[in-house]
Design a protein around this ligand. Structure first.
Ligand code: AMP
Length: 170
């Protein structure tokens, strides 16, 4: 299946100069969504994965069904101020300014295995922050699984040592 045909390019969203990769056509097709989930989990077949962590917010749409398929728990990695219990927090640099992500400190146990999922890896800063959060909790990140990789932004350079699995590369 040609998954790229289910991704819509929206120019200048959310700001001028950004080509937004809109995954909603893929989500709206049961066969494409099902196929994408199968492909996203493929590298982890036969591997004991305890959790699939999703990065807010489109990461949740992928990570939650992946977790159920992989017989793993789902861990939401959220924007600041959303999680009600005690959190670990990481701040990371954006092109302009900083952003932050949080996760419940008891979301994973030390030594547990985690796959991180998101829709798009662009500069890799968000994914690298998610990996660092999981490492701080003592988890082992088995891999990062994304639908789309914008390879010209060289996100992989921020994620050395992390196994990256992407379905569509631009
Ligand atoms: P980055 O930290 O630069 O890798 O950005 C990754 C995060 O921003 C992901 O959670 C994506 O959902 C979102 N993102 C970045 N660039 C795009 C894009 N061109 N289209 C859609 N989402 C994007």
């Amino acid at each position: 299946m040609d998954l790229a045909s289910f991704i819509r390019d929206i120019p200048d969203f959310p700001e001028p100069g950004i080509m937004f990769k809109d995954i909603t056509p893929l989500l709206g097709s049961p066969s494409a969504f099902d196929y994408a989930l199968d492909q996203m989990m493929m590298p982890y077949e036969g591997i004991d994965v305890d959790y699939v962590a999703g990065i807010e917010s489109r990461g949740f749409i992928l990570a939650a069904p992946l977790a159920v398929r992989m017989d793993a728990g789902h861990v939401p990695i959220r924007k600041p101020g959303k999680l009600p219990s005690k959190v670990e927090r990481i701040e990371y640099a954006l092109e302009y300014g900083t952003d932050a992500l949080e996760v419940h400190v008891d979301a994973v146990q030390p030594g547990s295995t985690v796959v991180i999922a998101d829709d798009v890896m662009a500069t890799g800063g968000t994914a690298a922050a998610a990996v660092e959060l999981m490492n701080r909790l003592g988890a082992h990140v088995v891999g990062l699984s994304v639908l789309i990789e914008l390879s010209f932004l060289e996100g992989r350079s921020k994620l050395s040592g992390v196994e990256i699995h992407s379905l569509i590369t631009y």
